[in-house]
Ligand binder design. Structure first.
Ligand SMILES: [Zn+2]
Length: 300
């Protein structure tokens, strides 16, 4: 495997980085990857990383259940139950941020569960999904063409009232090109929703290199609130809201406990998840700081 090494920070362009931590790919290759911090803006990114042409092989695992719906074990069942609830919450958020509804693009739509619910809620939906199998399921579910990626000519003249990226931006090689594309394809009053893991959360601090949401090398970036804000500004967006994802602390803690101790401990995970959510709650002094965060962006 030939890895590619970034020589400039993807957010600010600075050329000097310091080692942040080394994390292991726990699901596919079991190889170790370095996460670095930009010396100027503190952005955390996986460096070196597999190039876009090679990353596909790092998704070849049954454990990567976001693409599959036939999971049978307990953790997957819980995951699916939670997905039903969180999907309803996402739709509510969409309606709150874009009351007039309209067109929705879900980038990295997986098997199309969220899109199908959005369509039931009267959104006109489109999606992209690079995984062939997941894309086929999504097409069956949504009854619309789902395209492989945003480069499809289909999108050339389209704009959207809402664009969603649920745990997707951290996987995207062409970060700045993608942000520019999003700006170009978001309607003037539209909203962009970006959900990403939060490396400053309490569970990230607790599990360190075993924090499951580092998920190297699939996660190329590890966005802090400052990083999202810097990236937004660089691409003529602004962050208008930050929202918590409460369930991620439990899911991430379950996986992290397994990585750290070799087996899943439900009590330890529930405890850590609860502590993390408590410490990550919003207060007069601070924004939400939970395991994962949803950023709502508007155009400047
Ligand atoms: Zn930087």
């Amino acid at each position: 495997m030939i890895l590619e090494t970034l020589t400039a920070c993807p957010v600010c362009g600075h050329a000097r980085f310091t080692p942040f931590l080394k994390a292991k790919d726990q699901t596919v290759s079991h190889a170790e990857f370095q996460i670095v911090a930009c010396s100027d803006c503190n952005f955390l990114f996986t460096n070196p990383r597999p190039p876009a042409s090679e990353i596909g092989q790092y998704y070849e695992s049954n454990e990567y259940i976001s693409h599959h719906d036939d999971a049978k074990d307990l953790m997957s069942k819980v995951y699916n139950l939670v997905r039903d609830y969180t999907t309803q919450q996402k739709i509510k958020l969409l309606h709150h941020a874009v009351p007039g509804k309209g067109t929705l693009l879900d980038v990295g739509c997986g098997t199309g569960f969220f899109l199908s619910k959005a369509r039931e809620a009267c959104w006109q939906v489109h999606g992209t999904e690079p995984d062939t199998q997941a894309r086929a399921v999504a097409m069956g579910r949504v009854g619309e063409a789902i395209h492989e990626n945003i480069e499809a000519p289909f999108f050339d003249s389209k704009t959207y009232e809402a664009i969603t990226m649920w745990h997707v931006l951290e996987h995207v090689h062409q970060l700045n090109e993608t942000m520019d594309w999003l700006h170009q394809h978001l309607a003037p009053q539209g909203r962009l929703f970006i959900a990403v893991p939060n490396p400053e959360s309490e569970d990230a601090q607790a599990y360190q290199e075993n924090w499951a949401a580092y998920d190297v090398p699939r996660h190329l970036y590890h966005f802090s609130k400052k990083a999202i804000s810097d990236l937004a500004r660089a691409h003529k967006f602004k962050v208008v809201r930050i929202l918590p994802m409460w369930f991620d602390a439990y899911y991430v803690s379950m996986l992290s406990t397994r990585y750290a101790q070799g087996s899943t401990s439900l009590p330890a995970s529930v405890w850590q998840g609860t502590v993390s959510n408590w410490k990550g709650r919003k207060s007069a002094e601070k924004e939400y700081n939970t395991s994962s965060l949803i950023y709502v962006l508007s155009k400047n």
